[in-house]
Design a protein around this ligand. Structure first.
Ligand code: ASP
Length: 317
């Protein structure tokens, strides 16, 4: 049996132990484990890394603890506009949707875009129209609604601020200390030696309507190339777009011959930090090396390998 591995994230940011109740911590860990198991089961049955990352992300989208699908954050107009993307490292095919509304699992739509649209990115109404032609399941605003995220939005909807994913009475202190990004993502290596990446998000709370983050942009929030690595990012999207984060890691490996770890360290812990770009990423290469790298206080994350290693974590070690 060839080696296989799946890694996932459920967002990075200022996630401190003091901020989560024991019960919430258990729920987050359970949610991460369920997603890992779903992706791992596909890999175990010799399925593709592409199907594994879709399945893992789907489980996280269906869990309202995470900011993707059910439980997605609100725009400045009080709507859910979701972004998602997927990339297949075996052939560099990619598909993405941006600013889609009322789609239950945006990652499934991104996969359809990749396989059946002849395009790479579809946005807004065009993406929703395409969803109808592919029989993609829709979801009502009520289904996507989450009270906690609604309250977060109500707190800042009259301000120019965006990005909080956690409620705090004092807005200033919140913005300085308690930034949290709840995007979800997965990367996997399958038994056929191929890697893939997928990312899905509601974006950032109170984002301007029409704003598109890094998650649906191949090369920024998501990237996969069998010759280098598969990456899914989470963090302040504007920085990740400008730093072309996912592709930068790949380029450092391809053109400079760096290892996965060396490339991730440079991009996440040096380049992004200097720019002020808070967040992290998960990465894997075709040898099964993986990295769960972040420059924030924490990142919901997990990894499960065919060697029997299984771990979910939240805080900095
Ligand atoms: N990167 C996402 C965005 O900017 C946010 C996140 O990671 O939670 O839309």
């Amino acid at each position: 049996m060839s080696k296989f591995t799946i890694a996932i994230h459920g967002g990075a940011g200022t996630i401190l132990k003091s901020m989560l109740t024991p019960e919430l911590e258990i729920n987050y860990n359970q949610g991460l484990q369920e997603a890992l198991n779903a992706g791992y089961a596909i890999l175990e049955q010799q399925g593709t890394s592409l199907d594994a990352v879709v399945e893992a992300v789907k489980v996280l989208e269906n869990n309202e603890l995470f900011n993707a699908g059910k439980g997605a954050v609100f725009t400045n107009e009080g709507l859910h506009e979701m972004d998602a993307s997927i990339m297949d490292g075996s052939n560099l095919m990619a598909g993405a949707v941006a600013g889609v509304r009322n789609i239950k699992n945006p990652i499934l739509l991104a996969k359809e875009v990749m396989l059946h649209s002849g395009h790479v990115i579809l946005c807004g109404n065009g993406a929703n129209e395409f969803a109808k032609t592919r029989q993609i399941e829709t979801a009502s605003d009520e289904y996507l609604f989450n009270q906690y995220r609604y309250d977060q939005w109500v707190d800042i909807r009259d301000s120019e601020f965006y990005q909080l994913d956690h409620k705090e009475d004092n807005l200033k202190s919140f913005l300085e200390k308690e930034k949290k990004f709840g995007t979800v993502g997965a990367v996997a290596l399958d038994q056929h030696g191929h890697i893939a990446a997928a990312t899905s998000t509601g974006g950032m709370t109170n984002k301007r309507y029409g704003r598109i983050g890094d998650s649906p942009i191949p090369g920024s929030g998501t990237y996969a190339n069998d010759h280098t690595c598969a990456i899914s990012c989470t963090g302040h999207g504007e920085f990740f777009i400008r730093a072309v984060v996912a592709y930068d890691v790949s380029c450092l490996m391809e053109y400079k011959g760096l290892t996965l770890k060396e490339a991730c360290d440079i991009v996440v812990k040096d380049k992004l930090v200097k720019m002020g770009g808070e967040g992290g990423l998960i990465a894997i290469d075709r040898l099964g090396n993986y990295e769960l790298s972040f420059n924030s206080e924490g990142m919901y994350r997990g990894v499960k390998t065919s060697d029997g290693y299984n771990q979910v974590s939240i805080y900095k070690d």
